[in-house]
Design a protein around this ligand. Sequence first.
Ligand code: NDP
Ligand code: OXD
Length: 309
Amino acid sequence: MSALRITYYSADFDEATWIPGLQAALPGAAVSLWQPGAPTADYAVVWKPPQQMLDEQRDVRALFNTGAGVDALMALRLPEGVPVIRLDDAGMSVQMAEYVCHAVIRHFREFEGYEADMAQGKWSFRKPRSRLDYPVGVLGLGVLGERVAKAVAQFDFPVNGWSRSPKALEGVQCFHGAAQLHDFLAASRIVVCLLPLTPETDSILNARTLAHIRPGGYLVNVARGAHVVDADLLAAIDSGHLAGATLDVFRVEPLPKGHAFWTHPKITITPHTSARTLRAESIAQIARKIAALQRGQSVAGLVDAGRGY
Ligand code: NDP
Ligand code: OXD
C-alpha cells in the first residue's frame, strides 16, 4: 500500500516545525508543504489556506483545521463533501479557563485599581464586593465555554451559560436559543464570549444586546473580534453602562495602530493569545484522528457546514 500523502499549509508560515512534527507522528506518511499545482493528497492540514489550495485539493479525504475556530475556512469555497475537522481542545480549554478566570477575578477584585494606587504610593482599601452581585455569563457552552463556565463556578460566582441547543451543566444556569438571549444577558454582569463566528453570531454584541447586560457590567471577548461592534462597546463603556472590557480578539488583527482600544483606560487588550494552538498536542490529535479515519471510525471535532461551526 502506498504511503498516505499529507499536504500542509498555514498562513502563519510555521511549516519548519509543523511538517517535521506531523512526519514524526505519522511515520508511514509523506508530509509536504502545499505548493500550487501539487498532486492531490489524502489529507490536508491547514490554517487559513488560500482558495487555490482548496480548489486544487478537492479530492482529499478530510481537511484538518489547526485551530478551534473555523470561521476563516468557512468563508472560503470548500471542496464538496469533504469533511472539515477542527481541533477539539488540544490543550486550549485549560488556557481559556486560566485567561478568563484571571480577567474575571482581576476585575471583580479591582486589582487594576490597586496596582495603580500602589504605583502612586497610595495604601488604599476598597470595599469588598459580593460575588452574588457579579454573576458571570458565558456565551457558548462548547468545548471551551463549558470548561470556562465550570472553572469560574469553582470561585463561587453565580454562572449562567448560553448555547444554541438546551444544556444541563452542574453549577451553571443554562439558557439557549435567540429567545433566551435577553434573559441570559439580564442575569449576567460579567459576560464572556466563547461563541464561534457564524452569520448568526456576527456582531452579536451590539448596542441592543450590550444594553441588556446588568448595569456596571464587564465584557471579556476571547472568541472573535467580529462578535463585537467596536463603536457600540466604546459607547456602552463611555456612558458608564459597562465598567470596561478585556479583549483578546479584534475585527482586524493585529489591532490597527490608532484604534481606540489601544489606549482606552477601561479596556485591557491582549494579542489573540488567550488559548494558543499547542503544536505537540495538536499534531498528536490530528495524527490520532487520521489513524481513526483510516480505520473507518468517526472522530470528534467534525464541523457542521450548515451551522458554520
Ligand atoms: P464549540 O463549537 O465547541 O462550541 C461553540 C458553542 O457556541 C456551543 O455551545 C454552541 O451551541 C454555541 N453556539 C454556536 N452558535 C450559537 C448560536 N447561534 N446561538 C447560541 N449558541 C451558539 O467551540 P469551542 O468551544 O471549541 O470554541 C469556541 C470559539 O472560541 C471558536 O469558534 C473560536 O472562534 C474561539 N477561539 C478563540 C481562541 C483565542 O485564542 N482567542 C482560541 C480557540 C478558540 P451548541 O452547544 O448548542 O451547539
Ligand atoms: C483558534 C484560535 O480558533 O486560535 O484556535 O483562535
